[in-house]
Design a protein around this ligand. Structure first.
Ligand code: COA
Length: 430
């Protein structure tokens, strides 16, 4: 039975249909609101706004649930690989053995970078942030591979080209930034092992591929593969809604992810832990500074727009941390600090009252450090992982007949009508 809500504005009654999702999430359909009443809704940051219907990822922030296409994140982290999870997100179902093999063949075929693109890397100043380079390079792919995407195909070659090339491009950016020789992809290695090899192999010291590291990277990328309508995915959908090509839309997602409140948080966590270590800050000092509104210090890696309980990904990442660091010969003092800081924050009233729990970034930086990934590459690692989610969401948006060009409204608070003053009559007040 269809449900409705009633809204009375200026004495006029409006009936708003209620939309219910498959997990019981409810929304008021306000599409006729402005047309019939002249009002719009006001929701900065869109925390209460459903911008689309989506069948890709379900998350419940109160219960700490995250599922891709219905499959709990815990099962995928335990049993799947990043490539299989990418297939699941984009096509809507797990691949058969044959489909998975074909996917691997394409990923291998697409993995080299056009030699002309290598020249771009050399033109960047040495200290350029790899996210800026990556975003530009992904956009540039459109000029090298102008083929269009056929939305009817479950797993389009353009998607696989993107997934394959982002890995090579990222490892290449790292090698070039260090002035090292570029290591080319190897067809005998799986997606994650290939990435680690391109990052760390060298003609002088051959890289030993460690199965636990490969597993940890699979898990890291699975956990980051999608997170429904987060900031970067919203950027991809908004830019994609103008019907621009997928490379431009993904490039916008990379730019959005770069910020410290989003993908840059794992890097910010490491900087915070290093500062605590270096300055010898006590945990009490950290907590009281994080509580103080006038102090810019925040507990990075704590709090989340949606999760108001422990982030399910953080639990998995914490376990991964124990496995990887358990093998390390050298102890990482930052892990101890992270563990004790977490304990201290979880028993603090401020954090309890505001439901501030560790998010995935709190431990992922430590895992990436243990793999040897430099801090300025952390956000790039996140971007590689999030790519299948962006593709899946872009594809869903374009294939949904209800979706429109993204164009929110505003409440204008500027001058009422004002008139142009010629330059020689102008004062500071005019
Ligand atoms: N440390 C200290 N206080 C925090 C905090 C943190 N990490 N995160 C949130 N708070 C406080 C805010 O100051 C605010 O206090 P107030 O109610 O007195 O104004 C309250 O908790 C709600 O936070 P708010 O920033 O309004 O929530 P949000 O949903 O807009 O923000 C984040 C979510 C993620 C941006 C925020 O928690 C944050 O900045 N966390 C640190 C960065 C981070 O880890 N980002 C990764 C996200 S995966």
């Amino acid at each position: 039975m269809e449900k409705f809500a009633k809204l009375v504005i200026d004495g006029k009654e409006l009936t708003l249909p209620i939309i219910e999702g498959s997990e019981g999430e409810k929304a008021l359909d306000i599409r006729r609101l402005r047309q019939e009443t002249g009002y719009i809704t006001f929701d900065p940051g869109y925390g209460n706004t459903g911008a689309c219907k989506s069948a890709i990822t379900y998350m419940n922030g109160e219960k700490g649930i995250l599922r891709y296409r219905g499959i709990p994140i815990e099962e995928l982290a335990e049993r799947s690989t990043f490539v299989e999870t990418a297939y699941l997100l984009i096509s809507g179902r797990l691949p058969t053995r044959e489909e998975l093999t074909r996917t691997s063949v394409y990923l291998n075929d697409f993995s080299p970078i056009h030699e002309n693109m290598k020249a771009f890397y050399g033109s960047y100043p040495p200290k350029s942030h790899p996210m800026g380079i990556l975003s530009a390079m992904i956009n540039a792919l459109r000029s090298f591979y102008p083929e269009l995407v056929d939305l009817d195909e479950e797993m389009n070659q353009t998607f696989l080209r993107l997934i394959s090339k982002i890995r090579t491009m990222s490892a290449m950016a790292y090698k070039i930034s260090r002035g090292h020789r570029v290591i080319y992809p190897r067809p005998d290695l799986c997606y994650c092992a290939n990435f680690l090899n391109m990052m760390f192999d060298s003609p002088v010291v051959p890289y030993h591929i460690d199965d636990d590291m490969v597993r940890a990277l699979n898990v890291f990328w699975i956990l980051h593969a999608d997170h429904e309508q987060n900031c970067s995915t919203t950027a991809v959908r908004a830019v994609g809604s103008s019907k621009v090509n997928i490379y431009a839309a993904v490039s916008a997602g990379i730019s959005a992810l770069w910020g410290p409140l989003h993908g840059g948080a794992n890097q910010a966590v490491i900087h915070m832990l290093e500062k605590i270590h270096k300055d010898g800050m006590s945990f009490d000092e950290c907590i009281s500074r994080a509580r103080d509104k006038n102090d810019g210090f925040k507990l990075m890696g704590f709090g989340h727009r949606v999760y108001k309980t422990y982030d399910p990904r953080a639990k998995i990442m914490k376990k991964m941390c124990d496995i990887i660091l358990g093998k390390a010969t050298r102890k990482d003092p930052l892990l101890d600090i992270a563990r004790r800081l977490e304990e201290r924050a979880l028993e603090d009233n401020y954090f309890k009252e505001k439901n501030l729990y560790p998010n995935v970034d709190f431990y992922s930086g430590i895992v990436l450090r243990a793999m040897g990934i430099p801090t300025n590459m952390f956000t790039v690692m996140f971007a590689i992982g999030r790519l299948p989610g962006w593709i899946a969401q872009w594809k869903e948006d374009l294939g949904d007949p209800e979706m429109k060009l993204c164009r929110p409204r505003q409440i204008y608070t500027g001058h009422e009508i004002n008139h142009y003053v010629p330059l020689d009559e102008r004062t500071e007040e005019s």
